[in-house]
Design a protein around this ligand. Structure first.
Ligand code: SF4
Ligand code: SF4
Ligand code: SF4
Length: 346
């Protein structure tokens, strides 16, 4: 084994140690999961010149190349300089210095996005354009934050399983004078959403204001244009979801009906919040753990500092996450190493 290899330094350049000694995996960022097809020539060249001839699409939409030899890393870094510059500065407007030493940060950590309204009939927002607006707020940085964007409440991109999940929503308005009382919207909400619509005795639609998720299925179903969506997009922000061995959990709603300005301002406060929690000494700690460390109330205070909420925006009073319970779903006795007299499931 080569003891001269500085793993820590390589991780800073988005290279990951392999199970094969002396080999590494490069992770190239692909913000919002969308790049021009012309960049596939970079992919092919890297994989065939320095890698093992293949590439993997990372679970966070990075482009991953395995089998890169330690001694080839400087050549790879020099080669990807153009890619980094064009994607980070050209596309995402990150405004960072790019040199021959590759990525300046510890991890690739793209903001991920589903295809959104670029293609999808359900999409309420342009997901990767939002990703590109958020990137300059959090990249480059050694603070660890995972952000997933979903174009609609279907949440194909698992906004519920990351630090900040952003879901595009539509705020809808009802125009009773146009309504013919056909009930199509009620059925659409019944079958595809949260069942909040009802036809009343007068043949008009009533909405339970509690739980509309802003999917706009009712708008699509209405033959009379009696439901309209407001032109500006709205967002639901889901907080504190995560995977991992120890305490996986689903995120909970933090903001509802937030404007784009609010979402950007909140994420713009992430560095400040992280620095405060870590006492201004960056550590490789996941975002969700920082939120836990601060506690939701303190998190809310710091992350909303200076943010002017749009009039529609709702902020969760409190959040109670539920972590995965490994034991309670199984009919087994507690492990013997626990000596306390806890309840037995056996
Ligand atoms: S989350 Fe919505 S917009 Fe995105 S791919 Fe799924 S259905 Fe389409
Ligand atoms: S936008 Fe609201 S009312 Fe319309 S289908 Fe979706 S959940 Fe139901
Ligand atoms: S689908 Fe349109 S016209 Fe039919 S009940 Fe709903 S709002 Fe009225």
């Amino acid at each position: 084994m080569n003891h001269d290899i500085n793993i820590k330094k390589l991780r800073i350049n988005c290279f990951r140690q392999s199970k094969v000694p002396g080999e590494f995996m490069l992770q190239m960022r692909c913000p919002g999961g969308m790049i021009d097809a012309k960049y596939l020539s970079f992919v092919q060249h890297i994989a065939e010149t320095w890698g093992d001839g293949s590439f993997h699409i990372g679970t966070r939409q990075s482009l991953d190349f395995c089998g890169i030899k330690y001694e080839d890393i400087p050549a790879v870094n020099a080669y990807i300089r153009t890619y980094i510059d064009e994607i980070e500065n050209g596309v995402c407007q990150v405004g960072m210095e790019v040199d021959e030493h590759g990525y300046p940060t510890i991890g690739a950590r793209n903001i991920t996005a589903c295809i959104g309204n670029h293609h999808c009939i359900c999409g309420n927002i342009n997901t990767f354009e939002l990703a590109r607006k958020i990137e300059p707020l959090i990249f480059p940085s050694h603070y660890h934050i995972k952000i997933n964007i979903a174009g609609c409440p279907n949440d194909c991109n698992k906004a519920h399983l990351c630090d900040f999940g952003i879901i595009g929503t539509a705020k809808i308005d009802y125009h009773p004078e146009r309504c013919i009382g056909c009930g199509a919207c009620v059925r659409a909400c019944e079958h595809g959403a949260t069942r909040v619509l009802e036809l009343n005795a007068d043949g008009r639609v009533e909405k339970d204001p509690c739980c509309c998720v802003g999917c706009a299925e009712c708008v699509k179903a209405c033959p009379a244009g009696a439901w309209t969506r407001r032109p500006e997009p709205f967002y639901r922000v889901i907080l504190g979801g995560r995977t991992g061995r120890q305490t996986p959990r689903t995120g909970k709603v933090f903001l509802n009906w937030a404007s784009e300005e609010v979402v950007l301002a909140v994420i713009g406060n992430w560095h400040k919040f992280s620095a405060w929690v870590m006492d201004y000494k960056p550590e490789y700690l996941h975002g969700g753990h920082l939120i836990d460390r601060a506690g939701y109330k303190k998190f809310k205070e710091l992350i909303l500092d200076g943010v002017e909420l749009n009039p529609e925006c709702l902020v969760a009073e409190d959040i109670y996450w539920h972590e995965t319970e490994y034991r309670s779903n199984f009919n087994v006795k507690p492990m013997r190493m626990h000596h306390h007299a806890g309840p037995s499931n056996g």
